[in-house]
Design a protein around this ligand. Structure first.
Ligand SMILES: Nc1nc2c([nH]c(=O)n2[C@H]2C[C@H](O)[C@@H](COP(=O)(O)OP(=O)(O)OP(=O)(O)O)O2)c(=O)[nH]1
Length: 158
């Protein structure tokens, strides 16, 4: 995946600030998050491993953008590290901020319909392909996006 393959989607661009108002003095941590979407609209979720904040909660795979790394590179790296999957192309979907007790995060969500490799649990986490997302608990910042995601899933199916 190159920068040119990261396209802005016009379909859904919720610019939401979720949860508490972000503390202006707390620097937001950028997080790259990828939603793998099968042709039938199913999406892949993973369960956060022990030792992390919100262990046991379900999330879309991804992780923090490192220093001197762009979001697209972080997405590629996280998917290779966590799942052994190579993202071929992905589309920027939306960006949301959330203030957790442990961090103020800025989540950059991408949707990918084209990847290479079968997801493997390289960090011991559970995974689940879901239609309408039905795993619980989900990370609080991710829950409000599910309705918009359902619209994308339906558009893919039709
Ligand atoms: N991957 C992912 N993170 C999410 C989602 N929703 C959400 O609020 N987050 C938050 C939880 C965490 O505060 C942050 C991700 O940080 P992380 O600690 O999992 O990142 P990482 O894998 O780089 O972890 P580490 O190297 O620091 O152990 O983003 C989501 O759907 N997917």
């Amino acid at each position: 995946m190159t920068q040119s393959e990261i396209r802005q989607s016009n379909a859904t661009q919720p610019e939401a600030k979720l949860g508490q108002e972000p503390n202006a003095s707390a620097k937001a941590i950028d997080v790259a998050v990828g939603i793998l979407m099968r042709p039938n609209g199913d999406v892949l979720l993973g369960q956060r491993p022990q030792g992390k904040p919100y262990a046991g909660y379900w999330e879309f795979p991804g992780g923090k953008v490192e220093a001197n790394e762009d979001v697209a590179s972080a997405l590629r790296r996280e998917f290779m590290e966590e799942l052994g999957v190579s993202i071929v192309c992905a589309e920027a979907w939306c960006c949301v901020e959330h203030v957790y007790p442990h961090a103020h995060v800025r989540l950059h969500f991408y949707i990918s319909r084209h990847w290479e490799g079968e997801p493997q649990s390289l960090e011991g986490q559970a995974f689940a392909w879901q239609g309408a997302v039905d795993v619980q608990p989900l990370l609080p910042a991710t829950i409000p996006l599910l309705q918009d995601l359902d619209e994308v899933r339906r558009a893919v199916q039709s």
